[in-house]
Design a protein around this ligand. Structure first.
Ligand code: CA
Ligand code: CA
Length: 503
């Protein structure tokens, strides 16, 4: 038994906590413990997996994310737990489903979780340097990150206890000089470029560094280059392709003329078989976007994705140059997905796959690249990454350890994924074949059932079809059981899940 193992045994016998500096079992020398792995968590905002070339998009160009996917495990069935920023981010950072904490709006979950450690805080408590650059917990985009000079609070709904250090990246957003157009609610074209949660495209003057994500990448590269005596957990939050679709002009040529973009098929009477709550909050008709505007929205979104992808590339290059790539877990994902015209739906909130599904790539040093079709949830990141880094998993955490999938992509830990859209009081149970969506806990606002094998685009709602009543009833009871399980936790605030989802 070597000296390190003797030390371990002594520590275990004494019941002392294993800090990260001694948690790894491999040794480089007789007395030297291997440094614990770093964690680099890259998260985009409002990015649908359908826009990434590694997920099959043939128009949008994402070479840096594709390269990460080719060297890691790419998950094809990863789901967020809430289909917009606030509840999704509060969930994967806290380790609780949205209906456990009741954080259904745009706040951080600290009031509900008390002193329970968030994901990054757990690493901080175990000796890591834990930092974020820009948006990890909720921040209003563009409103909360618009540059109004120093002295302004740019922290949004952040949770300070989660970090050793934190950094913000204010930018011009929709005010960036360049060629801009408001696409939404502007049928006569008289409206100027505006802010808020509005579809706006800006082909901006200047380079990457004009905008928030360029600044975020630069700060992240600096933090990676710094030599520390501790491992790091670094969260890097990009705000594109969240609206406004603003990027340097140089990213737009591959996506012009905008008229070349194909839109998803438009099926006559497509909405006739779904409940009102199933019609997304943003649609081509209610946004008053004609075909020209719809195609430009797709092109502007793609240019924003390409710009974000280039910033991801800078951070990954810095990691490689730092010499720490072989000792760093890299994760890339988004807080939820996005509609780009499917069923004439746009943006988030919907519980269809385009909106509830997320891109997810996990690269762990020493593991073989793979594609994994097992169901995973963003909630699984916390326990999985803690396990991979040799830390314990706090008891409150509701996600599952999926690290075995990184050795065997056929490994499974769940039969279905669960997601919610509190704005519509909507719930999704997504199984291999069927996707079941219910609005209101008593289903009073309707249900949807799609056979994703026979009808992958989800045109035919089978909830009213006699032949599927058994499936419907089974999935409805799965939902009831799941919600009870989510609420069976050590928090005492269940009544607060009546918090206004508008936050
Ligand atoms: Ca978002
Ligand atoms: Ca339909």
């Amino acid at each position: 038994m070597n000296r390190l193992l003797q030390l371990f045994t002594a520590i275990l016998l004494l019941g002392l906590p294993l800090g990260p500096t001694v948690a790894a079992t491999e040794v480089n020398g007789p007395t030297e413990a291997k440094r614990p792995m770093n964690v680099l968590f890259l998260i985009s905002d409002d990015l649908t997996y359908t826009a990434l070339s590694c997920y099959g998009n043939t128009v949008c160009q994402t070479p840096n994310i594709d390269a990460l996917a080719a060297s890691g495990t790419r998950f094809t069935r990863a789901y967020c737990q809430g289909t917009y920023c606030g509840p999704s981010r509060a969930s994967f950072m806290s380790g609780f489903y949205p209906h456990a904490t009741g954080v259904l709006g745009y706040k951080n979950p600290r009031a509900q979780i008390g002193d329970r450690a968030t994901w990054s805080q757990h690493f901080k408590n175990n000796g890591y340097y834990a930092a974020r650059v820009s948006k990890i917990f909720h921040m209003g985009v563009p409103g909360g990150i618009e540059d109004h000079g120093p002295g302004r609070d740019y922290n949004g709904a952040d949770d300070e206890l989660s970090w050793t250090e934190r950094f913000n990246s204010p930018g011009p957003e929709w005010r960036a000089p360049g060629d801009g157009e408001t696409l939404e609610g502007n049928p006569d074209g008289k409206k100027p470029v505006v802010g808020g949660n509005t579809f706006v495209v800006v082909e901006a003057d200047g380079d990457d560094m004009v905008h928030s994500d360029g600044k975020t990448a630069k700060k992240a590269c600096e933090l990676i280059r710094q030599q520390r005596d501790r491992p790091f957990w670094l969260g890097v939050g990009f705000v594109r392709p969240h609206v406004p679709f603003v990027a340097p002009k140089s990213y737009f040529p591959p996506y012009k003329p905008y008229s070349k973009h194909a839109l998803p098929p438009k099926i006559e009477g497509d909405w006739d078989d779904i409940p009102k709550a199933g019609i997304n909050y943003k649609t081509s008709p209610n946004m008053k976007m004609d075909l020209r505007r719809q195609k430009k929205a797709v092109g502007g979104y793609y240019a924003s994705v390409a710009y974000m992808d280039a910033q991801v590339g800078k951070v990954l290059d810095a990691l490689k140059a730092s010499g720490q790539e072989d000792n760093t877990i890299v994760i890339f994902t988004s807080d939820h997905g996005y509609h780009l015209g499917e069923h004439d739906f746009w943006a988030k909130v919907s519980l269809r796959d385009e909106s509830a599904g997320v891109p997810l790539i996990i690269r762990v040093p020493g593991k073989q690249p793979a594609v994994c079709h097992s169901f995973v949830e963003l909630l699984d990141l916390y326990p999985t990454v803690a396990t991979l880094c040799g830390l314990d998993v706090p008891k409150h955490v509701q996600g599952k350890d999926i690290s075995a999938m990184l050795d065997d992509p056929n490994h499974q830990v769940r039969e279905f994924a669960f997601s919610v859209a509190p704005m519509r009081k909507g719930f999704l149970i997504r199984e291999d074949r069927f996707a079941f969506i219910q609005y209101e806990e008593d289903a009073s606002a309707g249900t949807e059932l799609f056979d994703t094998h026979a009808d992958p685009q989800g045109y035919d709602n089978l909830a009213g079809d006699d032949r599927y009543q058994e499936v419907l009833a089974r999935m409805q009871s799965t939902l009831t059981r799941k919600l009870a399980e989510v609420r069976d936790n050590d928090l005492s605030l269940q009544s607060s899940d009546r918090e206004s989802p508008k936050g």
